[in-house]
Design a protein around this ligand. Structure first.
Ligand code: PLP
Length: 407
């Protein structure tokens, strides 16, 4: 066989397993059809109103505003907090770049805060040090953006206590944690503002979209105004402040409504996928799955693990390559933002003086296919590949012993 034929044969026998593809329920089309039959394509419309109401009810918040993306929601939150040129905004370092880009849109200065081990999220110690220094310099941040990584909530009690002490509002980036809880309360409802994303790879999707939520009804009414080009209420096409075109279309909100009906089911499925990975992989030498903190329930958006090369004999890079060769899409953990060329001038506070947690998680971390549509057979392909790679690379007698003891 020539290369192309081989490749085709390969793709037929080993179809691609994606990291977190969209998972439609089938009912989305009914909402879309309704939008078409009433010709309520845009702008806004009844699906948008209903989707906002459903999200607000699900979370137990007063108000929600549907927008074009999670990034737009963060940008609106920063605008509502009047973040301006030169202002400081603190942000988790271990996250997707979208958490911090809106800080730059406002010409403000990001300051990055390291993670801690138990949640992988913002370290309260690092945050406290950063705030103490900022207070001494007389330059407290206008906001702190706290990210809930891969569905796991950050240590909200500790983080909120510190922020309250300095009277700095929190924007909770819950883009990855819709359906998760912290001490029984929905993720995304702890900060002054919470934001969600319905991007294609998230736990539910509208193909593209986001939501800004808060109990501050007045602020969210202003968010609606800012998100529709800040058109003044009375006069014809009169504008007093700069606005954005950030609202969600009525068709996409219809997709969101159908997805909301299955959200709890999606959380259960992703948790089951995590449990299966855990059962099969947690005992391998050098492998640690992302922890779930006490009193939290993660939606397990992505099953994520760290792999210690000394104990497993395998590097993240090697395992990613083997998985990719098997036509399996796995990804490294987010590259910390304080290591990004984009943010090379930004300040950064590590967890402890000589302990850089986000950097270690990035060096050792890996996300496995976790879509709620993943079949048991597909998951077994991933599990077998990981097991095979590690058992064929174990390089010390100690780890072999450990391995047999557990299996
Ligand atoms: C996906 C994501 C965003 C951005 O959401 P978009 O809808 O893609 O703009 C922001 N923060 C985090 C942590 C994300 O994972």
């Amino acid at each position: 066989m020539n290369f192309t034929k081989k490749r085709w044969w390969y793709l037929l026998t080993k179809p691609r397993i994606f990291l977190s593809p969209p998972h439609m329920s089938g009912k989305e089309i009914d909402y879309i059809r309704e939008a078409f039959s009433t010709n309520w394509i845009a702008p806004l419309g009844p699906n948008v109103d209903a989707f906002e109401k459903e999200i607000a009810e699900y979370l137990g918040v007063k108000e929600a505003v549907a927008v074009s993306s999670g990034t737009a929601a963060i940008h609106l939150a920063l605008s509502l907090l009047e973040v301006k040129r030169g202002d400081k905004v603190f942000c988790s370092s271990l996250t997707f770049v979208a958490s911090a880009n809106p800080i730059l849109y406002q010409n403000a200065q990001p300051v990055f805060i390291d993670s801690e081990e138990t949640s992988w999220n913002m370290s309260p110690q690092a945050l406290e040090r950063a705030l103490i220094e900022a207070a001494i310099e007389g330059e407290l941040p206008k906001a702190v953006i706290v990210v809930n990584l891969y569905g796991q909530s950050a240590k909200m009690d500790e983080l909120m206590a510190i922020c309250n002490q300095y009277n700095v509002p929190i924007i909770e980036d819950a883009a990855e944690s819709l359906g998760s809880t912290y001490k029984g309360k929905p993720s995304g409802t702890f900060g002054r503002f919470g934001i969600f994303s319905f991007n294609g790879n998230k736990i539910i999707t509208t193909s593209a979209g986001g939501m800004l939520v808060s109990d501050d009804v007045e602020a969210l009414n202003r968010a609606r105004y800012l998100a529709t080009q800040a058109r003044d209420p009375s006069a014809n096409y009169q504008h007093s402040v700069m606005g954005f075109n950030y609202r969600m279309s009525n068709i996409l909100a219809g997709v969101g409504r159908a997805q909301m009906e299955v959200l709890d089911n999606r959380v259960e499925t992703r948790r089951r996928i995590f449990d299966r990975y855990y059962l099969q992989l947690a005992n391998l030498p050098g492998i640690n799955l992302m922890p779930e903190m006490l009193y939290t329930r993660s939606n397990r958006w992505l099953t994520t693990l760290t792999i210690n090369e000394d104990h497993s004999g395998v590097s993240v890079k090697h395992l990613l390559k083997v998985l990719n060769d098997e036509n399996i899409e796995a990804r490294p953990v987010w590259k910390p933002l304080h290591l990004q060329p984009l943010f090379k001038d930004a300040k950064y506070y590590s967890h402890k003086e000589n302990e850089h947690v986000a950097e270690r998680l990035f060096a050792e971390g890996l996300c496995l296919p976790s879509g709620s549509g993943l079949t048991v057979q597909e998951q077994n392909r991933v599990i077998d590949c990981v097991k095979r790679t590690i058992s064929s690379n174990i390089n010390s007698e100690k780890t072999i012993l450990e391995n047999t003891r557990y299996s």
